[in-house]
Every structure is written in structure tokens, then in C-alpha cells.
Write a protein of this length. Structure first.
Length: 259
């Protein structure tokens, strides 16, 4: 996603500048229109209704976007806990099997957990995907060797099931972090509605011949902060609001102590 590589402060100040510029353009257009009308005002009720409709639509889309981003954030948090649980279970079950391959699987699970506990940016995420694929292939190769050397039993089945859970949750985390995002169409709609609403507010102020720079700046800052929060919640890593990694860190400490 493009916004992942764009600093959050850049999103804030860009939105703030766009909103203030839209209000100013609307105000100047309103003043020009007032001059064209020879000092006669257009229908205040009509302008107020149109501006109110734009703001209502903007509020609806912002609320929808915030709810979507917050849902994705909560999904990522839940999957981190599920991932840690699956890894811990797989490590314990591997310890029940007396074989060099089982010990190798435990070592690979420890490395797997360590890599997942250290992720902090999108670049780390792409590197993690490559390393995860390598570790999963190595673990599965160890399982295949184990099954060939020993007669399969219940413990082997439980271990295979646990590893499958680890692999499945990984795919769910990839989908939640890199695919389940606020779509571009929604961001474009937000930008368009925000610009139109601010143009309308500025235009209305221009026709009235009055404006309040302090109130305009406060309004621009409010909308900018809300958009910043939506972008931050939608960002899988590197933002101010991050999914809690404590479950993975705690598991890593336990696995390291058990070695």
C-alpha cells in the first residue's frame, strides 16, 4: 500500500494543508460570487443544506472507514495471540517425541518465534515472509524424515496437526496484515468528500463576508487527526497504534528458557 511508505506526520500535514487550501479557495470563490451578484446573497437555506449534506456524507464515510480500520487492527491483535498459542503447542508436542528430527523442529520453532517477535516495519514483514517460507519448508522436511524413520502414531498426528495450525495462522496473519486494508476507492472518496465539504464551508463564509481563521484551523486539524487515526489503524506495522506483540515476546522467553 502506498500510504505505508508515507510518514504519518506527512499524512497529517498534507491533509491539514489540503483542508485549509480548500476552505481558502471556497472563501475566495464565495467573495467573487458575491461581487457577481452585486451584493445580493444567494439562498442561505439552500447553501446551508448542501454544505450540511456534504458534511453528513463525509462523517458517514469517515465512520465507515474508521470501523473498517479498527476491525482490521483488532483482527491482527487476535491473530498474534492465536499464532503464539499455536507455536507454543507445536513446540510442546514436538518435545514429546524422542527423535533428532523432533529436536530440530523445536529449534526451528524457536527461530520462527524469534523472527515473528521482532517485526517492526513493512520491510521487516516482507523479509519475514521469505524467512517464514524457508523455516516452514525445513520443519515440514523434518516431519517427513521423522515419519519415514518411525512408525506413525498419535503423537506424530498431533505434531503434524499443530504445525498445520501454525502454517494456517501464518496465512491468516498475512491476509490480515497485507490484504485486509481500507481500499483505495474509500480513500479517494474520503479525499473527494473532504475537499468538497471544505470548499462548501469556505464558499458559504465568502458569501456571508465573514470568516474565522481560528475556527477554520481547528476544523481542519480535527478532520486531519481523524484521517491520521484511520491510516494508523489500517497500517499493519510501523505506526503509532501497534498490535500488541507481548504474547509473542512472552512465548519467545519461555522457549528460550526451555532450551
Amino acid at each position: 500500500m502506498i500510504q505505508d511508505g508515507f510518514p504519518l506526520t506527512g499524512i497529517l500535514f498534507t491533509t491539514l494543508a489540503v483542508v485549509l487550501a480548500a476552505i481558502e479557495i471556497g472563501y475566495r470563490t464565495g467573495r467573487w460570487r458575491l461581487g457577481q451578484l452585486g451584493g445580493k446573497n444567494e439562498s442561505e437555506a439552500q447553501l446551508s443544506a448542501m454544505t450540511g449534506a456534504h458534511l453528513a456524507l463525509l462523517a458517514f464515510i469517515m465512520a465507515f472507514s474508521f470501523n473498517m480500520a479498527a476491525g482490521h487492527y483488532q483482527e491482527r491483535r487476535s491473530l498474534i495471540q492465536a499464532d503464539a498459542n499455536a507455536l507454543g503447542t507445536a513446540h510442546l508436542r514436538a518435545g514429546l517425541i524422542q527423535a533428532p528430527e523432533a529436536a530440530n523442529i523445536q529449534a526451528l520453532l524457536l527461530e520462527y518465534t524469534a523472527a515473528r517477535a521482532q517485526i517492526s516495519s513493512v520491510n521487516d514483514a516482507h523479509h519475514l515472509l521469505q524467512r517464514t517460507a524457508e523455516l516452514q519448508a525445513q520443519m515440514w522436511k523434518e516431519v517427513q524424515t521423522l515419519i519415514l524413520r518411525q512408525t506413525p502414531n498419535v503423537l506424530h498426528s498431533l505434531l503434524i496437526q499443530s504445525l498445520n495450525d501454525v502454517f494456517d495462522i501464518h496465512e491468516e496473519r498475512v491476509a490480515a496484515g497485507l490484504k485486509h486494508r481500507v481500499p483505495y476507492s474509500l480513500w479517494l472518496s474520503l479525499a473527494a468528500l473532504l475537499t468538497l465539504a471544505m470548499l462548501g464551508i469556505g464558499y458559504f463564509s465568502g458569501l456571508k463576508g465573514q470568516r474565522n481563521p481560528i475556527a477554520s484551523t481547528g476544523l481542519a486539524l480535527s478532520f486531519s487527526l481523524v484521517l491520521l487515526l484511520i491510516a494508523d489503524l489500517d497500517r499493519p506495522t510501523g505506526g503509532l497504534v501497534r498490535a500488541d506483540q507481548s504474547a509473542m515476546s512472552t512465548l519467545l522467553e519461555k522457549l528460550q528458557q526451555s532450551e
